[in-house]
Design a protein around this ligand. Sequence first.
Ligand code: CTP
Length: 398
Amino acid sequence: MQAGKSVLLIIGGGVAAYKALLLIRLLKSAGIGVRTVLTKAGGQFVTPLSVGALSGEKVFTDLFDLTDEAEMGHIQLSRAADLVVVVPATADLMAKMAAGLADDLATTLLLATDKDVLIAPAMNVRMWDHAATQANLATLRVRGVSVVGPDEGDMACGEYGPGRMAEPEAIFTAIQAKLGGGPRDLAGRRIVVTSGPTHEPIDPVRYIANRSSGKQGQAVASALAARGAEVVLISGPVRLDPPPGVETRKVETAREMMAATLAALPADAVVCAAAVADYRVADAADQKLKKADGAGRSLTLVENPDILATVSALPQGERPPLVVGFAAETQDVIAYASAKRERKGCDWIVANDVSQGVFGGDENRVTVIDAGGSEDWPRMGKDAVAERLAGRIAKAMA
Ligand code: CTP
């Protein structure tokens, strides 16, 4: 549906510039036109020759090439595309955008455009965390600039943390959403997604929880919504903003999550991505427990209801036709997850090995298990996992 649309792709100067080449291929194969601008710094990382060969168009690099207006003026260039995308958006480019500087072709176009702008930041973790960059980011967001990433992970500079550019697939998905394109193959479907951890109170100030960030569940909710589904996200306490285009209902405990999930039915599918606490404290205290009472104290735990098993066991007619669970395992992933699928009665289970930094991180490596067998997916960003899962769900419901 986005075929025939076009993107003005500004390639900034960072190691991640090579990912812009992969992005150009994804855009072209979707029939989206790509006109490229390579900044001077960007040209240190990728060559105009490779960019031009992939985009099939002239690569623009110099403002003064354009100012004689012989072929196309910079104003026209800034407005001819449906969307302006900056990949990678370096700290410097973000600062210039926030300040409204226009000292080269890229920044001039960004100031002159009347089109939506999407940026994919990439920089060293300290540069990203710096108050100046965060203030620039906030300014750009307020002005309506869309932001994809950055991810958290190992960086080319040897450090670890947020700052690594989003994967090309995730940027591509964000572009599709901005262009209003992408397959709308879930239009008219209602899908409930559970996500995040639950908090089980010990007393009014303490609780039992787990390390789930809610990123994978929210990414699934967004990917389903992007395909036109009406999505209800039942989210435990997370530090993320609720995803746009999704109805989010916030809960704290497993029992609240269960009640909210059942209340959101009927649905065509339920995806249980939440890391629900298996147990809660039997008699949570009404008042704060005092240290003096604590020595030798033990907490009695009682089992929480299992949302996935409950939804899967609903009688025919009430049971959503597709119920998908997740299985977080740290060993014997496939064996445990297959057993879990049978035990809980869901249709598919998305198994992931959470022994290596998956909780809280931006990447996931999953195996999708259904009645027919199992499907290994390569390690990829959580957005890309979500997009692929949404595609699989759409196909199953077609
Ligand atoms: N789940 C749920 N309600 C619960 C516990 C789990 O809906 N009370 C769902 C999760 O959302 C996930 C799936 O069940 O989709 C598997 O969760 P997991 O924590 O891996 O399974 P457990 O049943 O807790 O099994 P175990 O702790 O023994 O691995």
